[in-house]
Design a protein around this ligand. Structure first.
Ligand code: COI
Length: 359
């Protein structure tokens, strides 16, 4: 493999703070549909101050990653799922669908051109962020008649500054993230914006993430931060809440559902209340908990705060189930182990080019 060519100093990597020097753009008008798919230099956007996205929030995004394989080429992981999810998010927000083949081709071309940005350190990858934004200058509350679809790429390290280490979690008992029938299943900025004030308050209590309860009864466990959540019972049974309509269809969650039984774990999708979970942590039935998401992959949970009560999981250390799933998933993602599930697509790395229309 080539020497480290990344212009980013690995220590300064963080998550989503640096961006490569190219991006993909593609625009939509009611008259012409989608047109002009282009990969060109990374650039600032010119948006009319009245652009619908800036007022009504008609906008969606997604996230997937490219991983450096031992042979120097790249692996994309279940990119078909991310593209399909981008379109379901768009449908929920009243936005036009994008051509999934074109979008995938854009990602493949972009990462093959930008591969040198992945620093040669463990756990680095290229985080790929597709966005679709309503651009029509209109203050009426209705679907925009024009859109911009773009993809940017960020060389990233672990999502949490402490890497693969337990996080502590604040259980939000009054504020909620999403309601069934709302937009919780869609990757739309409003869901994330709604989490920010609570996350900041949680940080003041020493917690890195918020555990969200359902919006109707405020009892059922939904998600942790921007991740799906799972609890381990008795060291080998993994339980995660079912996709209720308020929970994002996580690609990592789906991969754990498929992978865990092959590793000998019993896997269940089942509703769980915070009271039952708290009781089962206290009586020792729950041995571990972890979040699942593209950014962090698996994030072990070391402790929880709920009202004025605190609970510790696995002595505040990373548990063996979270460790095993993290190792197995990342081995497949980085191409260090065979992929019996057909989840990875190999992208050959390309030589440098400045700008290319991809169709
Ligand atoms: C993920 O882990 O997939 C996320 O959605 C996190 C992202 C919003 C940074």
């Amino acid at each position: 493999m080539a020497e480290n060519l990344s212009p980013v100093v690995p220590e300064a990597l963080g998550f989503g703070r640096h961006f490569t020097d190219r991006m993909f753009t593609h625009s939509f008008t009611e008259e012409n549909g989608w047109e002009n798919p282009t990969i060109g230099p990374y650039h600032e956007l010119t948006l009319d101050p009245a652009a619908a996205a800036l007022h009504c929030g008609q906008m969606v995004f997604d996230g997937t990653k490219a991983y450096r394989r031992p042979d120097g080429d790249l692996n994309l992981f279940r990119v078909d799922r991310n593209v399909a999810r981008l379109n379901s998010s768009a449908a929920r927000m009243g936005m036009p669908a994008i051509d999934e083949r074109l979008h995938t081709e854009a990602i493949e071309t972009l990462v093959s051109l930008e591969h040198r940005w992945i620093p040669k350190i463990d756990n680095a990858s290229l985080y790929i962020r597709p966005v679709v934004v309503a651009t029509e200058p209109v203050l009426e509350v209705r679907a925009s008649r024009s859109y911009l679809h773009y993809i940017i790429v960020s060389p990233v390290g672990p999502y949490f500054p402490d890497g693969f280490n337990p996080i502590s979690v604040f259980v939000s008992h009054d504020n909620v993230r999403a309601v069934r029938g709302g937009t919780g299943e869609a990757k739309t900025p409003g869901n994330y914006a709604a989490s920010i004030a609570v996350s900041e308050a949680a940080r003041e209590k020493g917690c890195q993430q918020v555990l969200w309860l359902d919006a109707v009864e405020r009892r059922y466990i939904d998600e942790v931060g921007a991740m799906n959540i799972a609890f381990v019972y008795g060291g080998n049974e993994i339980r995660t809440p079912p996709l209720s309509g308020a929970i994002l269809h996580g690609v990592t969650r789906d991969s754990v559902l498929r992978l865990a039984p092959d590793l000998g774990f019993v896997m269940h999708e089942t509703p769980m209340t915070i009271d039952d979970v708290w009781r089962d942590i206290e009586n020792g039935e729950i041995t571990e908990a972890f979040g699942m998401g593209t950014a962090a992959v698996i994030a072990p949970v070391g402790g929880l705060i709920y009202h004025d009560r605190e609970a510790t999981l696995n002595r505040g250390e990373t548990g063996p189930v979270a460790r095993r799933l993290y190792d197995e998933l990342t081995r497949i993602q980085y191409g260090r182990a065979p992929d019996p599930y057909g989840w990875t697509t190999v992208v050959r790395v390309e030589s440098d080019e400045h700008s290319s229309a991809i169709r």
